[in-house]
Design a protein around this ligand. Structure first.
Ligand code: SAJ
Length: 418
């Protein structure tokens, strides 16, 4: 079965590779020629565990071919859209989606199924995508099929979860769902869950908004714990021993491309208190980098060197999209001599080093921003020899307090009051 994937980024490339791996003949379309060239050589332009080996294999077998030419989608059974749908100042920008839909619409044939994997505001499949496809193709929905099957890729785990996580397939009609099911039932062992387009749209946004609000609650507890002299990590650990409680973890900020935008897509069409609830949670999470910067300012004298550990938006990945570190860097760059360390990141708009010794040399404060597993293994006795002042601020509760203190450091943590 031939399948086309439009947009070969963080979602589209792992998906195209996974489909090819499962035996589909995949055409990947992207507007960036350099990306297409790399993919056709079997080299992924993004970092993702297991992707390099799998991509190389499917390209060598001729199961995945990338192109900039939309004409190659003509004889595909399904056309899957995985283009970005960014949110700018709280408002979704559907321009990439629109241009993909127009290009597809111009070439759409009877019987083809169009699948939107990109995250979209509720109602987009019915009120936006269907209209554009009908307008461009001259066909009526029913002659072609249309579903929303939201991507659920967590960077770092994509090449595992694509084959195991249940897939939501939301159609405008039963026939839509049946048509798209033929693709996904061969891809994931997690099964296909059939629903309507509007329910799929809302549930995708609900997943990430749930997580964002839950983290905002944890951050609210952290701020209170700092005021009251409590320890938020202990508070959450205790609360989570209740069988029906699962409070997430606080931190210096919530990054990544999903939790930072999906709550806005969900809240925009809401009204009153419901809207306020979600936006307030988001704003609280957006405030955390500033709060963490203020904690740093309490511990380090202006002009001294501060080492920020972690530039990726979450532990164990090289992805810096919406990383809290970028914001903390902005707040503090004129006040301190900043060094930024990250063992995974390859490129960034701010200076950083992979060498921990270089990062901490002469520092008056070491602040952990990202929960990279590597930070658990730091040799604090060695670090103690390099720093100017022995003070550590742990933003993610990743360090072993006793080990840090044994090396003579003063240990401070986000969410822990005096
Ligand atoms: N974070 C916290 N506290 C926590 C958990 C996370 O502060 O308790 C922070 C992380 O440090 C990070 C941010 O939140 O900065 C986001 O990380 P994440 O692990 O929550 O998720 P993402 O953005 O990598 O991926 C999410 C996942 N969604 C859910 O778990 C519901 C993933 O499964 C989705 O596929 C992905 O969004 C997506 O593409 O929508």
């Amino acid at each position: 079965m031939k399948v086309a994937v439009i947009g070969l980024g963080y979602v589209g490339l792992p998906l195209a590779t996974a489909l090819a791996y499962k035996g589909f003949d995949v055409i990947g379309v992207d507007v960036v020629p350099k990306k297409v060239e790399m993919i056709n050589k079997g080299i992924p332009p993004i970092e993702e565990p297991k992707l390099p080996e799998m991509l190389k294999e499917v390209v060598e077998k001729g199961k995945l071919k990338a192109t900039t030419n939309y004409d190659e989608i003509r004889d595909a059974y399904a056309i899957i859209i995985a283009v970005p749908t960014p949110v700018k100042e709280g408002k979704p920008d559907l321009s990439y989606l629109e241009s993909a839909l127009r290009e597809i619409g111009k070439r759409l044939k009877k019987g083809q199924v169009v699948i939107i994997e990109s995250t979209i505001p509720p109602g987009t499949t019915q009120n936006f995508a269907k209209k554009i496809l009908e307008e461009e193709s001259g066909l009526k929905h029913g002659e072609f099929y249309l579903v929303h099957a939201p991507e659920r890729l967590a960077p770092g785990k994509a090449m595992v979860e694509l084959f195991t996580v249940p897939k939501l397939v939301g159609g405008l009609t039963k026939e839509d769902v049946e048509a798209a099911k033929k693709v996904y039932e061969k891809l994931t062992s997690g099964g296909v869950i059939e629903t309507s387009a509007i329910n799929a749209e809302m549930s995708k946004l609900a997943e990430n908004t749930f997580r964002d609000l839950n983290i905002a609650f944890a951050n609210a507890l952290a701020l209170l714990a700092e005021e009251l002299g409590a320890n938020v990590w202990e508070v959450i650990r205790l609360a989570n021993t209740h069988p029906r409680v699962n409070i997430h973890l606080p931190g210096p900020g919530v990054g990544g491309p999903c939790l930072t935008k999906d709550p806005y897509m969900l809240a925009n069409p809401m009204k009153g208190l419901a809207k306020e609830l979600i936006i307030t949670g988001r704003k609280l999470n957006e405030y955390m980098p500033k709060h963490f910067s203020e904690l740093i300012e309490k511990l380090a004298k202006p002009g001294s060197k501060v080492a920020l550990l972690g530039l990726a938006y979450k532990g164990g990945v090289d992805d810096i999209r919406e990383s809290p570190t970028l914001k903390i860097y902005e707040y503090l760059k004129d006040k301190y001599e900043l060094s930024v360390h990250d063992p995974y990141v390859k490129e960034a708009p701010i200076p950083f080093t992979k060498d921990l010794k270089e990062a901490v040399k002469g520092a008056s404060l070491i602040a952990v921003v990202t929960d990279h597993p590597d930070y658990k293994e730091i040799d604090w006795e060695e670090v103690a020899k390099l720093v100017k002042e022995k003070v550590v601020l742990d933003g993610r509760n990743v360090l072993d307090k006793e080990r840090v203190e044994r090396a003579g450091f003063e240990y401070k943590a986000l969410g822990v009051g005096e």
